[in-house]
Design a protein around this ligand. Structure first.
Ligand code: NAG
Ligand code: NAG
Ligand code: NAG
Ligand code: NAG
Length: 169
C-alpha cells in the first residue's frame, strides 16, 4: 500500500528585505510530501515510523550524502530553486542557523492533503499517520511569516498548487 499525496508549491515574494538572482521571486516556500521532502520526514517519523532513506544510496548522485530527500539526488523544487537563482531549500524542521529569508521546505514524506484526524476517524488506514497534513504545514508557514515579511513589507504571494488531492491506493 502506498500513499500518493499532495504536492503543492507556495511561492512567496517579499518585495523588500531580500535579494536574489531572480527579478520575480525572492523566496520560495514549499509544501508537499515525499516528492519534494528535503529531510522533514527523517525528523518527524522516528521512532513511530521507520526511516530508511537516511542511508546511502540516497543523496549519492548530487550531494554525496543522504539529505533526507527520497531521491539519490535533487527533488523537483531543488531544480525550481536553481532556476530562480535561489539556494536549495532546507527542510523546515531541521534546526539551523541558516537564513530563512529565501525560503524553506515544509514538505514531509507521506503528508496528506486532508487532516490525519479524518483517516483515523474513518479507519481508512490501519497504521498511525504522522501529523503532517497540508494544514499542519500551512501552520508552520504562518508561524514563520513574521520573521520573513513584516507589516511594512508589501507581500505578493502566489499559491500554485500543482495537485491538491490526496489519494490512497
Ligand atoms: C521591516 O521591513 C522594513 C522594510 O524592509 C525594514 O526596514 C525593517 O527593518 C523591518 N523590520 C523588522 C523588525 O524586520
Ligand atoms: C530543534 O530545536 C527545538 C527547540 O530547541 C527542539 O525542541 C527540537 O527537538 C529540535 N529539533 C531537532 C531536529 O534537533
Ligand atoms: C496535528 O497538529 C495540529 C497542529 O499542531 C493540531 O492542531 C492537531 O490537533 C494535530 N492532530 C493530531 C491528530 O494529532
Ligand atoms: C503582485 O503580482 C501580480 C501578478 O504578478 C502583479 O500584477 C501585481 O502588480 C503585484 N503586486 C505588487 C504589490 O507588486
Amino acid at each position: 500500500m502506498g500513499l500518493a499525496l499532495a504536492l503543492s508549491f507556495l511561492l512567496c515574494s517579499c518585495l523588500h528585505g531580500v535579494s536574489s538572482g531572480s527579478p520575480y521571486f525572492t523566496s520560495l516556500f514549499t509544501l508537499g510530501d515525499s516528492y519534494i521532502d528535503a529531510g522533514n520526514f527523517v525528523v518527524m517519523a522516528p521512532p513511530a515510523v521507520p526511516v530508511w532513506h537516511e542511508r546511502p544510496p540516497y543523496g549519492m548522485t548530487f550531494f554525496g550524502r543522504p539529505t533526507g530527500r527520497l531521491s539519490d539526488g535533487r527533488v523537483t523544487v531543488d531544480f525550481i530553486a536553481e532556476q530562480f537563482g535561489l539556494p536549495l531549500l532546507r527542510a523546515s524542521l531541521l534546526n539551523s542557523s541558516d537564513d530563512v529569508s529565501k525560503g524553506v521546505n515544509f514538505a514531509v514524506g507521506g503528508a496528506t492533503a486532508i487532516d490525519v484526524d479524518f483517516y483515523e476517524r474513518s479507519k481508512l488506514v490501519q497504521f498511525k499517520l504522522i501529523n503532517n497534513s497540508l494544514n499542519v504545514q500551512l501552520g508552520w508557514f504562518e508561524e514563520l511569516k513574521p520573521t520573513i515579511c513584516n507589516k511594512t513589507d508589501k507581500v505578493n504571494a502566489s499559491v500554485k498548487p500543482s495537485s491538491s488531492l490526496g489519494s490512497l491506493e
